[in-house]
Design a protein around this ligand. Structure first.
Ligand code: FE2
Ligand code: FE2
Length: 212
């Protein structure tokens, strides 16, 4: 089930309404990657500064926590009340959503407190070498895809065991929301791992070369 380009553009742009804004050019790159993450390359982000990447990450975290997860949770609760708790697939879906939410919350919390805080500080001219070492030691490639393969196997199990459940509109809405968040996170994680770390390193090295 593919979102149209206009719906996808709306999903991407709607998060940038608060304090954290990015240019139309940045949104265009996100849109391109959201449609096909295999087009990802470092050069796409060459025109953008550390401020842009930081703003994108902050706005996206707020969007995941404030919009995506509540939507997923509402659909999950709705499904549970439609099917009843005693349905074993309903219980599995409920547990999956609970774990997924907890893991994403915790991941974002660490990034906000350590990673984005460090970068916010250096953007404000406050540099701490101790925090820098912590940043680079703790941030590299902390994303895992385990929970995502879980999502696929859960959907497969529903397909095999319960065609009625598969056709349920609430279930379909829930998986659409989960897949949409998954796509968003795929691009988000690439930007964190491949772009944000590099831009932060360049920023620190150009301003504090004696400390590098
Ligand atoms: Fe993040
Ligand atoms: Fe992350």
């Amino acid at each position: 089930m593919e979102d149209g380009r206009a719906i996808t553009a709306e999903r991407i742009s709607s998060r940038f309404k608060g304090n954290y804004q990015v240019s139309d050019g940045f949104i265009e790159v996100l849109l391109q990657l959201y449609q096909d993450a295999s087009q990802f390359k470092v050069e796409l982000f060459q025109p953008f500064g550390l401020e842009d990447i930081h703003a994108y990450l902050k706005a996206s975290h707020a969007y995941y926590i404030g919009s995506c997860l509540p939507e997923i949770e509402t659909l999950s609760q709705q499904l549970e009340s439609e099917l009843g708790r005693e349905n074993p697939l309903s219980e599995k879906i409920h547990d999956f959503v609970k774990d997924y939410k907890a893991e994403l919350y915790e991941h974002i919390e660490v990034e906000e407190q350590i990673i984005l805080k460090f970068v916010q500080d250096i953007l404000n001219g406050q540099y701490d070498k101790g925090n820098r070492d912590f940043f680079f030691n703790h941030f590299l490639h902390t994303h895992n895809d385990e929970i995502i393969s879980h999502l696929d196997s859960l959907y497969q199990e529903i397909e095999e065991k319960d065609q009625n459940l598969k056709a349920n509109p609430t279930l379909q809405g829930l998986f659409k929301a989960l897949n949409s968040l998954r796509k968003d996170l795929e691009v988000h994680n690439l930007i964190e791992d491949e772009i944000f770390v590099l831009k932060t390193l360049d920023y620190v090295n150009s301003r504090y070369p004696e400390e590098a």
